[in-house]
Design a protein around this ligand. Structure first.
Ligand SMILES: NC(=O)c1ccc[n+]([C@@H]2O[C@H](COP(=O)([O-])OP(=O)(O)OC[C@H]3O[C@@H](n4cnc5c(N)ncnc54)[C@H](OP(=O)(O)O)[C@@H]3O)[C@@H](O)[C@H]2O)c1
Length: 206
């Protein structure tokens, strides 16, 4: 997974400010990370807030574009459906399975749990490396499943969001995770010119 966090540990402000508050170098790193993935995974709220197309410039074979939604709500217009890219897979974890979802483009709809979806991505769609770009609610679900192997963070020292309710890398401030997960730092690259620091961590299971 890959996220940008402010100096006070927030991923957005209380109003849900979309992406675009970090440097060009951060965006380039995001694209480099996308290029290594067989599938990109985002929560529906991030897809909408950040107007994501989930594409990878210059890559002949595009990663699958996977969206995790709870409800049956589909945006009427969204650039994801307009821009050519990898096949779109849309998970709905809630809603009655009989509800018919209408999309303005070809989309494969999956119903069930996030765990089932990850299994489908690996076993049926043949993807070993899924790259998640948030948001915090989805990352919390993945952390609760202990499904995160590698974590890339851009610490944006130039921004303080403040606000008790502003989201963190594991979503809205709430209860602790059921257990701590240990990660070890594998990369630390400070960029004083941009006021940012790029870090990577690998899961270290006991
Ligand atoms: N700084 C960064 O790097 C970064 C990265 C990503 C996002 N963000 C910001 O984070 C915000 C969005 O993050 P978010 O945490 O609100 O949402 P999110 O993680 O992007 O989306 C979570 C999605 O999970 C779905 N869902 C499925 N099962 C669920 C369940 N059991 N419980 C709850 N949700 C479930 C919800 O669907 P329904 O909507 O259908 O209920 C929801 O859309 C935006 O402001 C975005 O700009 C920042």
């Amino acid at each position: 997974m890959n996220l940008a966090v402010s100096a006070d540990g927030k991923t957005s402000d209380v109003a849900g400010l979309p992406s675009g508050w970090t440097s060009r170098a951060d965006h380039d790193r995001l694209l480099d990370l996308r290029a290594t993935a067989g599938a990109l995974l985002v929560g529906r709220r991030t897809l909408v807030a950040d107007c994501m197309t989930l594409t990878c410039p210059g890559r002949e074979i595009q990663p699958l574009r996977c969206v995790v939604a709870g409800s049956g709500e589909v945006p009427e217009y969204h650039p994801l459906f307009e821009r050519a890219g990898g096949a779109i897979h849309w998970l709905v974890t809630g809603e009655p399975p009989s509800l018919v979802l209408r999309f303005p483009a070809e989309v494969t709809v999956h119903r069930g749990t996030l765990a089932d979806f990850l299994t489908t991505i690996k076993t049926q769609l043949g993807v070993d490396h899924v790259h998640c770009e948030g948001g915090g609610t989805l990352i919390r679900m993945l952390a609760e499943m202990d499904a995160i192997d590698e974590l890339h963070l851009t610490l944006a020292g130039h921004t303080l969001f403040g606000g008790q309710e502003a989201p963190t890398p594991t979503g809205s401030p709430s209860d602790y995770l059921p257990k701590s997960l240990e990660f070890r730092i594998s990369r630390f690259e400070a960029s004083p010119g941009t006021g940012e620091c790029f870090m990577s961590y690998r899961r270290h299971a006991q």
